[in-house]
Design a protein around this ligand. Structure first.
Ligand SMILES: [Ca+2]
Length: 305
């Protein structure tokens, strides 16, 4: 017994305590390292976006305040995991633009409307009147007659107004659509989305139409039918436009006949398949391409969480 008590070394319990302490210290170090690494990545991406802004301003000074039609003119070329997106409009005065820099999964943007870099990748929202802030222009009723469209301020998802759609129940598939068509490029994929607040238990879908010529509908892609729950819900559908496409529209349809009053807001058509947070010329870092609230717009958006 005496020999046992005088033994040198550690007991199992002591060794376990040491192992646990080392594991905790290692975990703390890893968490701290990841935090520093993420902050460094954000800072590097923001810095790259700021450099982009300086290059653009320098170009504009040398070119009578006009912007280039390609980022190559600014010396910006994709390399490694750093990529750029450039959306712009040289038909308006002053010219408007948004350039986003993406490093890995992080995107920061700079635009004619931003002084600092803004999180997000640059996109065009091709819907002409996306948020009904001033009127109901570019939208009319769809389906059999008897649907009344009204701009209201009692409900809104974005800004202070939305479009109230009151169907009279005379037929199924009544609703509203964008008669002011969105211009799109052929052989390009777009995602259409709109926020809808409908009555509980009522089914609504949106249809994303592909148009060629003046007004010929080539085809439509339907979203799944979403059942209303009394809150704002986003309806989304993606379509790969064909070789003859020049425009697109969004149709919102109440699936069944009984009269139904619902609200639309935050409509967007953007290039690509990613579901991005709604943005228009009133959003941070965004510009209207013409009259506020009634033209297309461009700016940075992040992936919808
Ligand atoms: Ca609105």
């Amino acid at each position: 017994m005496q020999e046992w008590e005088n033994r040198k070394g550690f007991t199992i319990v002591e060794l376990l305590i040491v192992v646990v302490v080392i594991a905790i210290l290692a975990a703390i170090t890893i968490v701290a390292f990841n935090g520093i690494q993420n902050r460094a990545k954000v800072a590097a991406t923001q810095s790259a976006a700021s450099q982009t802004k300086k290059k653009m301003l320098t170009y504009m000074i040398a070119n009578s305040d006009t912007i280039p039609t390609s980022l190559a003119a600014l010396g910006l070329v994709d390399s490694g995991d750093t990529t750029y997106k450039y959306v712009y409009d040289t038909t308006v005065s002053p010219n408007i633009y948004c350039i986003s820099t993406t490093v890995g999964q992080l995107s920061y943007a700079t635009s004619n409307k931003s002084t600092d870099s803004v999180a997000g990748q640059c996109i065009n929202n091709r819907i002409l009147n996306p948020s009904f802030e001033t009127n109901t222009a570019s939208w009319i009723n769809a389906g059999a007659g008897g649907t009344v469209l009204t701009r209201v301020t009692a409900e809104s998802y974005s800004g202070t107004a939305s479009l109230q759609v009151a169907t009279n129940g005379a037929a199924s598939l009544q609703g509203a659509f964008t008669t002011g068509r969105a211009s799109v490029l052929p052989n390009t994929t777009y995602t259409a989305s709109i926020w809808i607040k409908s009555e509980v238990g009522r089914g609504i879908r949106i249809e994303f139409g592909e148009i060629e010529g003046v007004s010929t509908v080539v085809g439509r892609s339907n979203s799944p039918t979403v059942t209303g729950d009394g809150t704002w819900q986003r309806h989304t559908v993606t379509r790969a436009m064909g070789a003859t496409a020049n425009a697109a529209d969004i149709v919102v349809r109440n699936i069944t006949a009984p009269a139904h009053t619902f609200y639309l807001d935050g409509a967007m058509i953007s290039e690509g398949t990613e579901q991005l947070v709604f943005g228009d010329g009133n959003s941070n870092g965004w510009s209207w391409s013409g009259a506020a609230n009634n033209t297309t717009s461009l700016g940075p958006s992040v992936i919808q969480p």
